[in-house]
Design a protein around this ligand. Structure first.
Ligand SMILES: Nc1ncnc2c1ncn2[C@@H]1O[C@H](COP(=O)(O)OP(=O)(O)OP(=O)(O)O)[C@@H](O)[C@H]1O
Length: 255
C-alpha cells in the first residue's frame, strides 16, 4: 500500500538530533516506488541517519516520514523492508546457507513453514549468485561475496523496499558492476524499491533517481540527466560541486 501520491517514502520537515547535534535539518523528499534512488553525499553528511530513520531504528526523529503508506517504524512495516547496514550482518562461523537458514527460521518459525523457508533460502542464494559458495563459511568469503551474503539475508522476506547503506564500499569495479546489475534486476523483475547510499559519485549514473545530500540537507533531487542538465555539467559529480558552490554563494550575504 502506497500513500495517496504513490511515493514509497515521503518526508516533510524531517529532522534528526543525535547527541547534541542536529544531523538532519527539516528534509523534504520522496522516493519513487519500483525505482533505484541513490542517496549520495560526502562522508558524515547524514546518509546513514536518514536511512535509519526510514527503517525506523533512529531515535529523536521529528517531522513527517511515511514509508509504504505507514509512519516510519510502524510494526507492520517490518516484513516489508529489507535493511543492509554497512557492517556485514552474517555470522562468520556459519556457512552462507546456515546463516540464511537461521534468519529464515526467525522470519518464518515453525515446522509448518519448513518448505517455505527452504524455498526462500534457495531463492535468496540464487538471486545474489552465491550458489557456488553456499556451503562455504562466511568467514572465508571475499568482500564482494560477504556483501552479497548480507544482501541475501535482507532478501529472505521478499521486501518491497530495500535500504542499502553503502553496499559497494571497498569492492572492485567488477563486483560493483555485478551488484548494481542485481539491484536493477530486483527493481525490474520484482518491482522492488531500492534506496542505496554511496559517497562515490560515479555510482550516481547507475541510479534512476538521486538525492544529493550535504551537511544534513538535500541539495537537489531528480534523475541523473535532469541534475546534469540543470547544472550544465557533464557528470553528476560536477553538478554536485556546482550545487555546493551555489549553496555557499547563497549563504555568503548573511555571514
Ligand atoms: N551518536 C551520535 N552523536 C552525535 N553525532 C553523531 C552520532 N552518530 C553520528 N553522528 C554524526 O552525525 C553525522 C551524520 O552521520 P551519518 O553516519 O548519518 O553520516 P553518513 O553520511 O552516513 O557518513 P558515512 O558516509 O561516513 O557513513 C556525522 O557528522 C556524525 O558524526
Amino acid at each position: 500500500m502506497m500513500n495517496s501520491r504513490g511515493a514509497a517514502v515521503e518526508a516533510h520537515g524531517l529532522t534528526v538530533v543525535r547527541g547534541a547535534r542536529t544531523v538532519l535539518h527539516g528534509l523534504g523528499f520522496t522516493v519513487e516506488p519500483g525505482r533505484i534512488t541513490g542517496l549520495l553525499g560526502p562522508s558524515g553528511c547524514g546518509k546513514s541517519t536518514l536511512m535509519r530513520a526510514v527503517v525506523g531504528t533512529q531515535a529523536k526523529v521529528t517531522g513527517t516520514l511515511d514509508v509504504l503508506g505507514s509512519p516510519a517504524g510502524h510494526p507492520a512495516l517490518r516484513p516489508r523492508i529489507g535493511y543492509v547496514t554497512q557492517d556485514p550482518s552474517v555470522y562468520t562461523d556459519l556457512t552462507v546457507r546456515q546463516n540464511l537458514d537461521y534468519f529464515a527460521a526467525i522470519l518464518r518459525p515453525g515446522r509448518r513453514q519448513r518448505d517455505a523457508r527452504r524455498a526462500a533460502v534457495a531463492r535468496a542464494i540464487t538471486e545474489v549468485d552465491l550458489t557456488g559458495r553456499a556451503d562455504a563459511l562466511a568467514g572465508t568469503l571475499s568482500g564482494g561475496e560477504l556483501a552479497r551474503a548480507s544482501l541475501a539475508v535482507a532478501l529472505l522476506g521478499t521486501p518491497e523496499l530495500l535500504v542499502l547503506d553503502e553496499p559497494t564500499v571497498g569492492l572492485d569495479p567488477v563486483l560493483r558492476r555485478d551488484l548494481w546489475n542485481l539491484f536493477h534486476r530486483l527493481a525490474a523483475d520484482h518491482g522492488t524499491t531500492l534506496l542505496v547510499s554511496s559517497h562515490v559519485m560515479d555510482e550516481a549514473e547507475r541510479c534512476h533517481r538521486l538525492l544529493l545530500m550535504r551537511e544534513g540537507e538535500i541539495l537537489a533531487d531528480g534523475t541523473p540527466e535532469t541534475l546534469r542538465s540543470a547544472a550544465r555539467a557533464d557528470t553528476v559529480e560536477e553538478a554536485f560541486l556546482h550545487l555546493v558552490d551555489q549553496a555557499a554563494t547563497r549563504q555568503e550575504p548573511s555571514r
